[in-house]
Design a binder for this molecule. Structure first.
Ligand code: NDP
Length: 313
């Protein structure tokens, strides 16, 4: 069998960072003879290492494509591309997961411990009225129990939080009270003092937090959204923050990114904006995922982390 041609089609500025890791991982996977390149005749390309902002938007000329291997976990900008008929794999990367766990744990602890009171209150007043509760008395819910959501749920359980989770299909996960489907959402939200969104952006998840579901949360609940902007109805969130139904929202992702300077989220006293930095794909570990999928493709084995184009994730 001839060596596969692998087109690196993420933005060119990523190539110097990825190239050595991809070459090392391909060699470790037994594919050191692969033609890994940033330029190829489309009709020769077997695999595309992809990112949604790639110059490749029309896949029609890639006539022998075996798979598109996305570098990002989120695939909402690729799933609707009708010219892509080859299998599409999303990124599952231990480095990306570790980063997301750290970010979510950090922001959960900020709110759980009420850190803002003392960080912003260095004014000579001895506010010793309340000691933070223990994690075991602070129910947390993670919406989305995939690669990232499950890891975050386990880390929070490890700290003592009672953790519930919600997914599309039924799941049994040690240490996590699981709910699923439309009918399970109310139960997942009803006790949650902190809610973390790690759902994909699909037609079924858009505005999953809206006026009705925000009202299902205990008063003063905190939202942490590193998932995607469209998961939350922005106007409903602003109304819930202003009424006190929601105590604070830490938002990493937005319907429009960068978040426009004039957007009300920036100045809102109960919103923390972070600029889509919760976590990112780490070239060293992600290259192993890419190489393993190419090894599988060459060996005729099923690809890992395939996207269901009908479900959109
Ligand atoms: P996965 O595909 O592994 O998991 C998605 C989870 O969401 C699954 O548990 C799935 O349910 C659940 N889900 C999907 N649709 C629904 C629905 N309609 N109702 C209920 N549950 C649903 O994704 P990852 O964990 O890898 O990533 C999650 C998201 O995190 C990404 O799509 C991306 O948007 C975001 N992300 C953000 C980053 C950042 O820096 N801010 C970085 C990386 C990712 P089921 O298990 O039943 O399939």
């Amino acid at each position: 069998m001839s060596a596969p041609t692998i087109l690196f089609a993420a933005k060119p500025d990523r190539w110097p960072t990825y190239e050595p890791h991809l070459r090392r991982a391909l060699a470790a996977a037994g594919i050191s003879d692969a033609n890994l390149t940033t330029q190829a005749d489309p009709s020769d390309v077997d695999y595309i290492v992809y990112a949604p902002n790639s110059e490749v938007q029309d896949f029609t000329p890639y006539t022998k494509l075996k798979a598109v291997l996305n570098l990002w976990a989120g695939v909402e900008n690729v799933t609707g591309n009708a010219t892509l008929t080859a299998p599409l794999a999303r990124m599952v990367d231990t480095g990306l997961t570790d980063g997301m766990v750290e970010w979510c744990v950090g922001h959960t602890l900020r709110h759980h411990l009420g850190m803002d009171t003392h960080i912003h209150g260095q004014d000579g007043i001895w506010r010793n009225g309340s000691v933070p509760p223990l994690a075991r008395n602070r129910p947390v819910t993670v919406l989305g129990l995939g690669a990232l959501g499950e890891a975050v749920a386990q880390a929070l359980h490890g700290l003592g939080f009672p953790v519930s989770g919600w997914s599309r299909s039924p799941k049994s996960i040690a240490n996590v009270t699981t709910h699923h489907g439309e009918e399970g959402l109310q139960a997942a939200l009803s006790r949650a003092e902190i809610v973390i969104l790690l759902l994909p952006d699909t037609p079924a998840t858009e505005n999953i937090l809206n006026a009705k579901t925000l009202a299902a949360l205990p008063e003063g609940a905190v939202l942490i959204n590193p998932g995607r902007g469209p998961l939350i109805d922005d106007d409903a969130l602003l109304a819930a923050l202003d009424s006190g139904q929601i105590g604070h929202a830490t938002l990493d992702v937005f319907r429009q990114e960068p978040l426009p300077e004039a957007h009300p989220f920036w100045a809102h006293p109960k919103i923390t904006v972070t600029p889509h930095i919760a976590s990112e794909t780490r070239p060293e570990t992600a290259s192993e995922t890419v190489a393993e999928n190419i090894r599988r493709g060459e060996a005729g084995e099923p690809f890992l982390h395939l996207v269901d184009r009908n479900l959109g994730y």
